[in-house]
Design a protein around this ligand. Structure first.
Ligand code: NAP
Length: 291
């Protein structure tokens, strides 16, 4: 199958592109990062989207690209809407008109985190611009494209290469290896989800031609501090350098949800627990060091 992966220079998109390449013909897109040799596609320019897809003629589009910086979305709301919602709407329209399948990666941040756990049909209620624009993207996919699928994921971690963007796992590893003390939030609950699991789930949605909303997230609740302790244990590092702070993110702006557990009612997806995910990442880091 010919698949376009948008955001193939991002944390999740890199994994999705490399996993997809095993079985499919893949065209990855990037925006500012030109180092992977992907096609350049600027989602701010709505008029560029259809000609790009006309030239590629994909049978499926996995849309991972987004403005993911929550603070920047708040400061530049119009830009966030253009990239996260309007561009998604253009992709949905092209896919609908051309018989292609669109799978859109969305976020746990479409919920406020006050009354979870959340099922696929729970009422979304985003509390910051990022979540709101991701929700608008979801609506564009579900309303504009009969075969559209929305895959909501929890906070991501994983390993592609040395240029991956920051994740809690990699931040903790770097700090502990450098013997640096690290203060971590011990108030909010996160569900660390492995990018490899998400990539597999996205491809499964395409293979099944599944439509509607899907939840792909770990079910293991941890604070960032507890997550860091597990990283220290998995990599045999000194956890006495880790310091919990229950108030660290209490008043952070823009507001973040306290606890969004995404329930997968379809039970369709295999998701690794945190210790297993960390063992996988450890193996991948070893391989990368040897490469
Ligand atoms: N990371 C998380 O914890 C998390 C949690 C929940 C949901 N999600 C969702 O999962 C998806 C992937 O997230 P991620 O963290 O892997 O993303 P990321 O690492 O921040 O990468 C974002 C990607 O989007 C591309 N992009 C940004 N602005 C663009 C523009 N104007 N035109 C075209 N492409 C543009 C970037 O390209 P360049 O780098 O080349 O500029 C990059 O490839 C997103 O849809 C996000 O909303 C992520």
């Amino acid at each position: 199958m010919r698949i376009v992966v948008t955001g193939a220079s991002g944390l999740l998109g890199k994994k999705v592109a490399s996993v997809s390449e095993r079985h499919h013909q893949v065209v990855g897109t990037s925006f500012q990062d030109r180092s992977y040799g992907h096609q350049v596609l600027d989602l701010r320019s709505a008029e560029d989207i259809s000609p790009f897809l006309d030239a590629c003629r994909p049978e499926a589009v996995i849309h991972t690209a987004a403005l993911t910086d929550v603070a920047r979305c708040e400061a530049e709301a119009k830009l966030a809407k253009r990239i996260n919602a309007d561009a998604t709407s253009m992709l949905a329209r092209w896919c609908e008109d051309n018989g292609a399948k669109l799978v859109y990666v969305s976020s746990d941040y479409v919920f406020d985190g006050e009354s979870g756990p959340y099922r696929e049909d729970s009422e979304p209620y985003p509390v910051q611009i990022y979540g709101y624009t991701k929700l608008l993207g979801e609506m564009a996919v579900l309303r504009g494209h009969r075969r559209g699928a929305v895959v909501r994921v929890g906070i991501l971690h994983g390993m592609n290469d040395r240029r991956d963007k920051r994740t809690v796992t990699l931040d903790v590893l770097r700090a502990l290896r450098a013997k640096q003390r690290m203060v971590l939030d011990h108030g909010r609950i996160k569900y660390p989800t492995l990018i490899d699991d998400v990539a597999d789930a996205l491809l499964q949605v395409i293979a099944d031609d599944a439509r509607g909303i899907f939840h792909v997230a770990s079910q293991e609740p941890v604070t960032r501090y507890e997550w860091a302790l597990r990283v220290a244990r998995a990599f045999e590092l000194d956890d006495s350098l880790l310091v919990p702070d229950p108030e660290l993110e209490k008043d952070v702006t823009p507001r973040r949800p306290v606890d969004v557990r995404l329930i997968d009612s379809s039970t369709a997806f295999a998701i690794h627990g945190l210790d297993q995910s960390l063992a996988i990442i450890r193996g991948q880091l070893r391989k990368e060091a040897l490469a």
